[in-house]
Design a protein around this ligand. Structure first.
Ligand code: TEU
Ligand code: CA
Length: 568
């Protein structure tokens, strides 16, 4: 098939690297580009086709690089442009493409565009950010009240006052992350020029941070009041009226006329599947990261998780599989740098850790779409036992603690319980390379503590062990590369209400696959609606294979993948 018909990312698996936590080459305790280059064989051995690099640009690191002060250069903490070029070249030698993070809903307040914009209303970039006068008759005078009642994603009001302009600027995340004004064509042109520059440097795709927030509902109306006393911006900042227009323009100005195929994946919280299909089918993007499944175990808020309902997870993922089957394309993920570790969250991180890590990977990787593996997921890395708030580095966690314990007087232990389960820092502890000091991540003092379980969970003990989570992940990636049914087969959920078993079929030319996974700590019967046929083995996550694989009860976290040539 020609590349125009089958772009490379349709058969690919993407490996996400969080540079700060991957590998430190110079002993300063922070991961860096030479560290990544030195560990490329790990990614090559796994078989991944591309690396998505979380941001490596110049930044004050208030949000670990999702607050960019210069899009054109590499943060000195991570290395130099030479180090970046060396990484692209070394990856290319191994057939690994580099996908960059594109953070253009906002910049850092230390970006020159912003410092200039904030200096006066007459500045060259005056209208590059979202500036508003105070509410109710304070125009040109004192700060008065914020222009609307929105609460920022990282708590507190979404507006900050700048005396030099006598105006507020909007920041949907932290105070130091001002939102760009996409309605200004100069802003858009500057972003497109920057993107073209990175493609010219050999980058082969973009993961676009909160890209469905770049078009806001005009008028920026007040939101519904939340428990915090501030308003919910959700209906007004996602999937706005000009989003398709902006992304279509971006496609035209950045990649439509290039010879090579690039990958574009939009990070899109709060996107309905119908809109995702529109954006990724006839629309400008290849795929999006949707959030429905990772929001299923959310309680009153993100830091109050509730138990996941397996039927709800099956219903949600299956609906996305079906809705984007003929038009559009799914990205498949359980983990990234913003989510707790899946084995602790939805698996079982005690005696069944390895089996449950493999079970979760099976469910995810045999669906239709492009799977993403987050660093350490291929080892079954777990959440971190954070003792106190002093152990956390993430701005979302520390700001949440300040907003609840310090400002509202909530019991610190209750707050820490939520943080332990939901904090993004669970995913940001250093990569566990070996049983050596600091898991082989650094010879210095790591910027965030290494998970104490590194002595047993590490890459060195797994890469050559055929029964490891690493080897199992490699096998799933190999199946996607070698078996067209994994890429193209039709998906059908079976036993939707079964509370323990996740079971589905993939139907392709001349054969059908059965994916049968016990997602619980107890033995489970094979659901009655599993079709009987002459099933033969494709993959199993345990040593001993039962005689009748489509009938024998499943032990805890057992995953069986079977195939038949019969019509079922
Ligand atoms: O995340 C956006 C996002 O909506 C959430 O996943 C976010 O992590 C947070 O949990 C909201 O409660 C992206 C990046 O992936 C994240 O790391 C950044 O902090 C954020 O945008 C701002 O750039
Ligand atoms: Ca370093």
């Amino acid at each position: 098939m020609s590349e125009a018909v089958q772009p490379w990312w349709r058969t690919a698996v993407i490996y996400q690297v969080y540079p700060r936590s991957f590998a430190d080459s110079n002993g300063d305790g922070i991961g860096d580009l030479p560290g990544i280059t030195a560990h490329l064989d790990h990614v090559a051995m796994l078989g991944a086709d591309a690396i998505w690099l979380s941001p490596i640009y110049v930044s004050p690191f208030d949000d670990n690089g999702y607050d960019i002060a210069d899009y054109e250069d590499i943060a000195p903490t991570f290395g130099t442009m030479g180090d970046f070029e060396a990484l692209v070249a070394a990856a290319g030698e191994r057939g690994i493409r580099i996908v960059m993070d594109l953070v253009v809903n906002h910049t850092s307040d230390e970006h020159a565009w912003f410092t200039e914009s904030a200096s006066s209303r007459e500045s060259a970039t005056s209208d590059w950010y979202i500036w508003r006068d105070p509410r109710d008759g304070h125009v040109g005078g004192d700060a008065g009240a914020e222009p609307n009642n929105w609460e920022a994603a990282f708590y507190g009001p979404a507006w900050t006052w700048v005396p030099a302009r006598k105006q507020y600027y909007l920041h949907t995340f932290a105070r130091k992350q001002p939102d760009l004004n996409w309605e200004n064509p100069d802003v858009r042109a500057a972003v497109y020029a920057m993107m073209n520059g990175w493609l010219d440097r050999g980058v082969e795709g973009f993961r676009m941070d909160v890209i469905n927030m770049i078009s806001k509902v005009p008028g920026l109306p007040d939101g519904e009041l939340k428990a915090s006393g501030l308003g919910d911006f959700t209906p007004y900042v996602f999937n706005g009226p000009r989003l398709v227009e902006y992304l279509t323009e971006m496609r035209e100005r950045v990649w439509a006329h290039r010879d090579n195929t690039i990958l574009t994946v939009g990070e899109t919280p709060n996107i309905p599947e119908t809109f995702a299909r529109q954006l990724t089918g006839p629309g400008p993007l290849d795929m999006v990261f949707q959030f429905e499944h990772v929001d299923l175990d959310r309680g009153v808020d993100k830091m109050h998780p509730k138990e996941l309902s397996l039927p709800a997870l099956k219903e949600s993922l299956s609906r996305w599989q079906t809705e984007l089957a003929d038009e559009g394309w799914n990205s498949l993920y359980f983990e990234n740098h913003d989510q707790p570790r899946s084995v602790s969250r939805w698996g079982s991180d005690g005696v069944h850790r390895a089996a449950s890590a493999k079970a979760l990977l099976t469910v995810l990787h045999l669906m239709r779409g492009t799977p993403y593996v987050y660093e350490g997921q291929e080892l079954g890395m777990t959440n971190m036992p954070f003792a106190s708030i002093d152990d956390l580095r993430d701005i979302e966690s520390t700001r949440y603690y300040a907003d609840t314990v310090t400002r509202r007087g909530v019991d610190p232990e209750l707050v820490m319980n939520g943080i332990r389960r939901s904090s993004r820092d669970n995913a940001r502890t250093p990569m566990q390379w070996s049983g050596a000091q600091n898991a082989g991540f650094t010879t210095g003092e790591p910027w965030i503590a290494v998970n104490p379980n590194y002595a047993t969970i590490n890459a060195a003990s797994q890469v050559d062990d055929p029964s490891s989570v690493f080897s199992y992940t490699r096998e799933l990636i190999r199946l996607r590369h070698e078996e067209p049914i994994v890429v193209d087969g039709r998906y059908a959920l079976i036993a939707p209400d079964d509370p323990q078993v996740f079971a589905y079929l993939r139907r392709g030319a001349g054969q059908t696959w059965l994916v049968l996974v016990n997602m619980s700590d107890a033995v489970a019967d094979v659901p009655a609606d599993v079709p009987s046929a002459d099933w033969t083995w494709v993959l199993h996550n345990l040593e001993a294979r039962p005689e009748r694989p489509a009938a024998a009860p499943l032990v805890p976290w057992e995953a069986r993948v079977l195939r038949t040539r019969a019509a079922v």
